[in-house]
Design a protein around this ligand. Sequence first.
Ligand SMILES: C[S@@+](CC[C@H](N)C(=O)[O-])C[C@H]1O[C@@H](n2cnc3c(N)ncnc32)[C@H](O)[C@@H]1O
Length: 203
Amino acid sequence: MYEYFNIVKDFITIPDNSSIVEIASGHGLLYKNVISKSNISKYTGIEPNKLFINKFWDNVGQDNRVTIVNSTYEESRELFDNVDIVICAGLAYHLPYPTHLVEYLANTKVKELYFESFGELDSDVFNFDYKHWGSCSYTDEELNIVGNRQVGSRLTLPIAITTNINIYPHWFKMLGYKLDKYENINDTFSSKSQVCIMKFIKQ
Ligand SMILES: C[S@@+](CC[C@H](N)C(=O)[O-])C[C@H]1O[C@@H](n2cnc3c(N)ncnc32)[C@H](O)[C@@H]1O
C-alpha cells in the first residue's frame, strides 16, 4: 500500500457505525485502503465519471455497505442529509470555482469534514490574517455580499476564485467550521505528491 494511504488512515478517525459520503470517489482507492477498514454502517460515493465507477468496483469488489451515485456533488444535495462524515479528496483543484465547493459543504451542516487538496499548508495557518491574503479579493469583510449573487438563506463567501490551499481553513472558518488538524503529505504517491489533508469540525 502506498505510504499516502497509511498517513491518511492514521489521520481519519471513523467511529463505529458512522455513515460516510465521499465526494469524487474515483477509483475507490480511499475507500479500499482507508474507509473500508473501519466499522462503518454506510458509504455513499459520488462520482460523475462512469469509467471511474467501473474501476471502483474492480478495486473494491462486492461490499454491501457501498452505494455509488453516478453524479456530481452539485446534483446530490439530498445524499448529505443525516450523514456523520463527509470526505472530499483530490477535487478542489479541478474546479473552476472552489469557493462553491466550500459553500456547498458548509451548507450541508455535516459535523465532520475531511478535505484533501493539492498544496502544503503553512505552519502558521492557524494565526494567518486572511484579510491580508494577496491572492484573492474580498468584496466585503462583513460577509454582506453585494452584486447580483443570489444568497437567500444560504451561507456564502465574498470571494471570486483562488487555488492556494492555505485559504481553505479561513473560508471554512467564515462559514462556521473550525480547522481541527491538518497534515502535509509529501512525495508518497506519484499522483499525490504535495497534498494536504485537513479535518474540519462544525462549530
Ligand atoms: C483527481 S480525481 C480524485 C479521485 C479520488 N478522490 C482521489 O483522491 O484519488 C478527481 C475526481 O473528481 C471527480 N469529479 C470532477 N468533478 C466532480 C464533481 N463536480 N462532483 C463530484 N466529483 C467530481 C472526477 O470524476 C474524478 O474522479
